[in-house]
Design a protein around this ligand. Sequence first.
Ligand code: HSE
Length: 310
Amino acid sequence: MISTKIKVFAPASIANVSCGFDIFGFAVPNLGDFVEVWFNDTGKLIIESISGADGLPTEPELNVTTVAAQALLDDIGEKRGVSFNIQKTVKPGSGLGSSSSAAVAGAFAVNELLGKPFSRRELLPFAGVGEKLASNQLHFDNVAPSLLGGFSVVRSNEEMDVLSISYPKDLWVVAAHPQVEIKTKQAKRMLGRTMPISNAVIQFGNVAGLVLALVSNDYDLLGRSMVDMLAEPKRSKLIPLYDEAKEATLAKGAIGTNIAGSGPTIFSFCKGEESAKQVMNAYKKVYAASELEVNYYISKINPEGAKRVN
Ligand code: HSE
């Protein structure tokens, strides 16, 4: 069988965004998963290649990309086999939504191959099946922005009620990724199961403030609202030089600095490119004094989400 090959890209993303544990996330450009798909005549899913990350499963029933794709194929009753080339430019365990970009790319790719039976938004549950395999829990804070682009608010993970909100056009993102791996499953377990009401009240106020700040382009309010009582106090201890990086980037004008997803990547919001460059230099100065290998990223928020690239 000769089949057209289709290639898609699903971007990496930064979830939580300080106070919005499991409910806020935004997409970033340039990092993510490329997935190429074509029909085969075996009636099965076959992973032909994986590049850009070590140790990912090549068994289709264990791989996030093919599990998401299979969920869509099952839903529509498609019996033809599909082959996959998977190329990752975002590392698993980085805090940049690697499993979500993998899942979104899988669902998006087979949807394109089948001639788009589903709208972009209708792909959310299929990508969610892939994400659940990776993190044990169904949460859309990385999946939604990777699929839809921009900034997502998940009103309810259970009801899959996902909203897209606007954000200031001159909002820049700087991220530093110290090369240590933190598994989301492990980082979730360390949070425990309860939170004092006094902390929850602070968190509610900041969640509301952050949403208002984004939609009203209020950078000061955005900075004031980037306070997390839930994950940062525990998880920041896993990240080398976290406190130093936070202090240095805020001193250099970052609007706010916090953990990207479950870490170890740290991100800052900045107003404008010039400020973002200064904040990146602040990160570099902190980590230059260490032995650590660190990757740095600077960009605006990715507005477009998953897309076909050929
Ligand atoms: N909301 C998730 C967490 C993001 O913090 O555990 C990582 O997948």
